[in-house]
Design a protein around this ligand. Structure first.
Ligand SMILES: Nc1ncnc2c1ncn2[C@@H]1O[C@H](COP(=O)(O)OP(=O)(O)O)[C@@H](O)[C@H]1O
Ligand SMILES: [Mg+2]
Length: 323
């Protein structure tokens, strides 16, 4: 059912943000911007840090939750489940799509089963020694590879290993890291990081213009994501139209494949060959006005304030039962 929110003043909106995942700073930026926009549009909004919410107190206090919580404990289905149990409508995906989107190995298995291109990969279990991991990765992937946490985000704790020594050094340091489970992927190089926003507008699921990023860093790492001088963004993308149209189609397929709802952002690596390999789906994309989703919305003629209203409306357009 499509819902147009015409009168924001009738809604008490809890903007859920923060939390204790390594993506907390990004979540704070998302939450504060959403809160500011909704308040300026006349809504009764309040910012609620998921680190110290008394969940039962939410009941009767907010009519709807706008989720600006990224990463573990915010984007992985746990909050979504709590809100389902409380009977509070919330923006975006339900429990199952959130959990699938957070766990890259499970997500990639779904892509592979559906014949959607994703870099070849190996799961590195926390119990494996570095030596076992190096030989398994070498045997399965060969060549240089890309390492990232199985349930991470924001390019945190991710990196390239060009040879066995680098791979070994990276894996040896796992114990000092926040995340324990990793995946090693085929390195897509040369390639460009792209992303496609999927957004429900007045009940209609649409894809936003493709966003691509050039960086002089080794890859689109945490530093490049947080320092404008280290990247050059293009939205709409400057890549060939055939490749961008393909990414938009695939993004929509991926959104539906995991059962996502309302909004998502699907990340790709695009190669000069025309290949566009899916890296991940973000079920709670960053909401900062300078972030990828807002930039793509702007390129589609959707202002930040409008974007926030579309995001909010997704809380009321969910089917009766979402797993
Ligand atoms: N297989 C890969 N080959 C080359 N670069 C990659 C690969 N996987 C990830 N990257 C780089 O790391 C960035 C973040 O990867 P992504 O899978 O989106 O994880 P995160 O959840 O941390 O955003 C990508 O934008 C890209 O620059
Ligand atoms: Mg990403």
């Amino acid at each position: 059912m499509a819902l147009q929110i015409t009168d924001l003043t009738q809604l008490r909106i809890g903007v859920l943000y923060g939390g204790s995942s390594p993506e907390r700073p990004g979540s704070i930026a998302s939450g504060e911007a959403a809160f500011k926009s909704l308040s300026a549009q006349g809504a009764h909004a309040e910012l609620l840090d998921i680190n110290n919410i008394a969940w039962d107190a939410l009941y009767g206090r907010v009519d709807v939750a706008l989720l600006a919580s990224h990463g573990l404990g915010g984007e992985d289905g746990k909050i979504q489940g709590a809100l389902d149990t409380l009977g509070i409508p919330y923006t975006g995906s339900g429990v199952m799509a959130s959990a699938l989107g957070m766990h890259k190995p499970t997500f990639k298995k779904m892509l592979a089963a559906d014949h959607i291109d994703t870099p070849r990969w190996v799961e590195v279990a926390p119990s494996w020694s570095a030596a076992t991991a190096v030989s398994t990765i070498r045997y399965t992937l060969g060549g240089p590879c890309f390492l990232k946490p199985a349930s991470g985000g924001g390019s945190l704790e991710a990196g390239i290993a060009r040879d066995d020594a680098e791979l070994h050094a990276f894996l040896e340091k796992r114990q000092d890291r926040v995340y324990e489970a990793f995946i090693a992927e085929e390195l897509i190089t040369p390639g460009r990081s792209c992303t496609v926003g999927v957004l429900e507008i007045a009940g209609e699921l649409t894809t936003l213009p493709v966003h691509d990023v050039e960086t002089d860093r080794e890859f689109y790492d945490y530093e490049a994501k947080h320092d404008l001088s280290l990247r050059r963004e293009h939205c709409p993308s400057v890549l060939p139209e055939q490749q961008t149209a393909h990414m938009q189609q695939v993004a929509m397929r991926v959104h539906r494949l995991v059962g996502a709802h309302g909004l998502s952002r699907v990340d790709f690596m695009a190669a000069p060959s025309g290949r566009a390999a899916v890296l991940e789906i973000n079920t709670v994309p960053g909401l900062s006005p300078h972030g990828n989703l807002a930039t793509m919305a702007r390129a589609a003629g959707v202002s930040y304030d409008e974007l926030m209203r579309h995001v909010l409306a997704t809380a009321f357009s969910k089917p009766a039962y979402v797993p």
